[in-house]
Design a binder for this molecule. Structure first.
Ligand code: SME
Length: 168
């Protein structure tokens, strides 16, 4: 079997290597979603593209707002995810409540973190806001410590802004 064209970006990769991968993934998502208006199809495609591009993404998925102050799990890749998360709980809830990205280098230091998997060490959660409501949050968990940095934040926020504008 031949080596994959773009092997997953490993934990601890340089900012340049990460940026290059995010740019490649963004182009791929743009092309795949060009004619796709269905939000579930879009979310599924996005998590698949992200999850396989980065070796330190161990759980990659969306939680959607399904009722006031309540998130339910959406398309994801990785192990079993918690089904429902109130805005009052966890890192996902904090992102939905504050409408700000939560970059958590050490989940054990985050009060109220919901441990869906005991192997998770760090996490980033980015809200998708459209028409002044939280459509969903994108949650990425890593088994590596402090796996996410400002490069991840910048690119994931740009992606989520684009998705919220189109599907919100
Ligand atoms: N860690 C998250 C819960 C979601 S899962 O880990 C998939 C949180 O505290 O919001």
């Amino acid at each position: 079997m031949s080596a994959p064209l773009h092997p997953p970006i490993p934990f601890g990769a340089s900012s340049d290597a990460k940026t290059e991968a995010y740019e490649r993934v963004a182009l791929s998502i743009d092309a795949l979603l060009e004619d796709e208006n269905d939000w579930v199809a879009a979310m599924s495609t996005v998590v698949c593209e992200l999850h396989h591009a980065f070796g330190y993404f161990h759980w990659t998925g969306f939680y959607r707002t399904i009722a006031p102050e309540l998130l339910a799990v959406g398309p994801y890749q990785g192990g079993h995810g918690c089904l429902r998360i109130p805005f009052a709980k966890g890192v996902c809830g904090a992102a939905a409540r504050t409408r700000e990205t939560q970059l958590v280098p050490d989940v054990e230091a985050f009060p109220g973190h919901i441990a869906c998997s005991s192997s998770t060490r760090s996490e980033i959660v980015v809200p998708l806001v459209a028409d002044d409501r939280v459509l969903a949050v994108l949650d990425v968990d890593s088994d590596d410590p402090a796996a996410f940095d400002e490069t991840d934040r910048r690119h994931l926020e740009a992606l989520c802004q684009k998705l919220a504008a189109r599907y919100g």
